[in-house]
Design a protein around this ligand. Sequence first.
Ligand code: GAL
Length: 658
Amino acid sequence: MPRLSDTTRRRILYGGDYNPEQWPEETWHEDVRLMRDAGVNSVTLGVFSWAKLEPRPGVHDFGWLDRLMDLMHANGIGVVLATPTSAPPPWLGHLHPDTLPRDEDGRTEWWGGRQHFSHSSTTYRRHAAAITEAMAARYAGHPALTMWHVNNEYCTYDHGDEAATRFRRWLRDRYGTLDALNAAWGTAFWSQGYGDWAEILPARRTHYLKNPTQVLDFRRFTSDMLLECYAAERDIVRRHTPHLPVTTNFMPLWSGQDAWRWAEEEDVVSVDLYPDPRDPLGAQHGALVQDMTRSQARGPWMLMEQAAGPVNWRGANHPKPRGLNRLWSLQAVARGADAVCYFQWRQSRQGAEKFHSGMVSHAGAQGRTYQEVKQLGADLAKLAPHAAGSTVPAGIAVLHDWHSWWAGAQDGRLSTRFDYPDVLRAWHRALWEAHLTTDFAHPEHDLSPYKAVVVPQLYALTDTAVDNLVAYVRGGGTLVCGFLTGVADEDDRVRPGGMDARLRELFGIRTLHEWWPLEADETAACDGFWGSLWSEELEPDGTATETVRYKGGELDGLPAVLRKGRAWYLSTLPEPAALRDLLARVAADAGARPVLDGLPAGVEAVRRGDLLFLLHHGRDPVTVDVPGTHRDLLTDATVTDRLTLGRYGVAVLTEPAS
Ligand code: GAL
């Protein structure tokens, strides 16, 4: 199987989406000069080029792309070639309205934007395969080609008639019989029993709440249909270039794809990451996405897109203050990225994203953005021989599963005051602030490599997953579970007792009497901290070895936190410092060490291979103790015992000389 290292060859890929069809050819030559000056060694071409490559059905114009591929090759810049299938040309929708997706109200999503394709449309799939085939055949032997990038951010839904037909087929494969489907969906409720497959619809608009298992299966189906589209194009390009890796770019923490499953179908896992420069927890959000992507990749991964400056899709779109682009890019390398790329190379002058930054902004080569891009290129070149290909050790796994997220996100739940990603972020933040490096894992993965496993929230768990957690603890592992875990099975059927009996036994819970959700501004006082979002009325079975209780209110004296040996259950979300301290203590007991002790606030430390990355997320200088003598790869300075990091400063230290 081709791998990322086949393309990087001990370099860090640096570059981004390049959309030269928006520019006259003279500009291409300036682009290439600026790219070389900045150390750009990889560009992604073709992402939105379908109309340019196939201006009329079956009529191709590859001349411009030929010239570009040659230009890139002549300048030593590799090309990640994208199949352009996320933005079909207007003629496709015009000639074949069946290629257009429908929303839950049956309204058509028209061309004029992008991603206006139905994953279920046979006609779309045929045309997507044809342009992919034509590109793959043409460029298979081109020396600039280093990797394939299929489509772009697969994220569409379709509730149309062809989707309905495929949904029924998908359900037949899953359930076999209507009886099994009726049982899984609980259709006895509200007179929903199906007597004919033809009666089943995608999750279209209903008068009141929809059947939650139908919605859950529709999400599973959508993820699978998009994956079929991806796999079809991947198989075409693989046939032509079996030696080249194939990827498609994920959106971070995007609910529409089961990325665990998708990652298995990719040679390279890549992600697009756009933390808000104004978000005080932007760096932690970045770390979370990077940890998750690395875990999906099971090794080095690709930062396919980020912004050199502002995006254009927030309420107010803030630029990155001086140094932040470098800091966040090096954070990605610290957490395992072997590619640092952007959307896009040159900021557009027209079109929907003309106010979205590029590596070359409207200010041009003199602008601060490009100047910083250039500096980063030099930094990456210094790091690459030491960092590329190496791994990031993590002692703790955070469990995450899309199916559980989907099941728990249904309408008609007990609280809409929080969403699953909020909970996931809160737990990852606690570990990040404690300088504990974490992987992510699926609840059915082998957890034995980890000293501790944390479950922020897994509302729905399969029997296999529950058994996996129990076996992990029985085998000596430490497990910390957050509220609303193990409530439902994979059909979203509530487990008897409101929580799986095996888990209740594991945590020392006899009865879960009631869930007590908290209002947005409400807290629950506990011994030593306050909780938010949620609380529970638990009756312990007397086997707990440690209990933290609610104080005051209806739950006064009842357990908020239960520990039974190496298994912990938290029935509320402790305030950030309390969750951090608790997880730090549990991790220490389990033998998972922070990357470095005594780090000042705002400094992140990550080990990658035999390098120690120190990333300062603040603006005032800080001093960091780093016992021993090291070399800072970025400055080539010798560092003995301590160093000072300035505003958004980064140091990448070698192991101390012994
Ligand atoms: C991504 C997308 C890019 C560009 C970017 C803007 O979602 O893949 O094409 O639109 O967002 O932030």
